[in-house]
Design a protein around this ligand. Structure first.
Ligand code: ZN
Length: 270
């Protein structure tokens, strides 16, 4: 075992929760080796491809061994990746391709072909820009185009929708910030959290618990939450649990038989 690997083991044992963040994923920045990585404006860690962590240098528990490889399993083929970028272009998504993301906090975190997405459609920004896998960006853009923007037209007194508020894109953390939980889909670029929506008149609709308040904001929130399950395989929000009271969690995890976990207005299917 190298000295680095030994230190990694000691740190992992002493601080098992060190890679966690706080709901809703507004985390402190991960620990960095400043000689090897850079940080994006969104707080993401970028490591040059030639500096990827050696998986053998990271201690593996039985549980970790099962998960190791998810980041790599999610790498798109060249053809699929090009097709995905083309669909983003067709929908007017504004993005830039970023260097591969490999976290030093966990051997399996990261995105091999990350996109920094700044607009999800013509004139609709992501604030702040989000780091996502292409498939996730495509799901966000499709949902916006087919459901969110048409629904927003019912709120015509607010003017056009100008932005969607990003609670979290990529971040290396575990589910519900629990140290022994599985890695969150955010750790693979598969997930996007929506805090709210902004409109041309300066108003916003925040995602929040709405108990039959009888407002158009509630109708809009229910509409976008319900429609999200057509584009995402997981939809969580207010009522799911306390950590989701102020945002919608959307992800594109692939489950056996295509099962979708969509919790609507706090009604859990489980
Ligand atoms: Zn989330």
């Amino acid at each position: 075992m190298t000295r680095t690997a030994f230190l990694t083991l000691v740190m992992a044992m002493a601080f098992p929760a060190i890679a966690q963040d706080l709901a809703p994923e507004m985390s402190p920045k991960p620990r960095l080796n400043q000689n090897r990585v850079s940080i994006t404006d969104a707080g993401n860690v970028v490591i040059p491809p030639e500096k990827k962590a050696d998986p053998k240098s990271v201690i593996e528990t039985e549980d970790d061994a099962e998960k190791t490889g998810m980041r790599d399993q999610l790498r798109e083929t060249d053809a699929d990746y090009k097709a995905c970028l083309m669909r983003l272009d067709q929908m007017g998504v504004v993005y830039s391709e970023a260097e591969p993301l490999i976290s030093e906090d966990d051997a399996d975190c990261g995105i091999l072909r990350p996109l920094m997405v700044s607009e999800v459609g013509p004139g609709v920004a992501i604030q702040p820009p989000a780091m996502l896998r292409c498939e996730t960006a495509q799901a966000v853009a499709t949902w916006m185009k087919d459901f969110v923007l048409p629904a927003s037209e019912r709120l015509s007194e607010r003017g056009a929708m100008t932005s969607i508020e990003n609670g979290s894109g990529y971040i290396c953390r575990r589910r519900n910030n629990l140290p022994d939980a599985k890695l969150s889909e955010h750790a693979f670029g598969n997930a996007f959290d929506v805090m709210g929506f902004q409109f041309k008149d300066g108003s916003r609709i925040a995602i929040e618990p709405r108990e039959a308040e009888g407002s158009m904001a509630e109708a809009f929130q229910d509409a976008v939450r319900g429609s999200a399950c057509l584009d995402f395989s997981t939809v969580l929000g207010p009522g799911s649990n306390a950590s989701h009271d102020d945002h919608l969690h959307l992800d594109v995890i692939a489950r056996p038989s295509g099962y979708r976990l969509c919790e609507q207005s706090g009604v859990s299917p489980n």
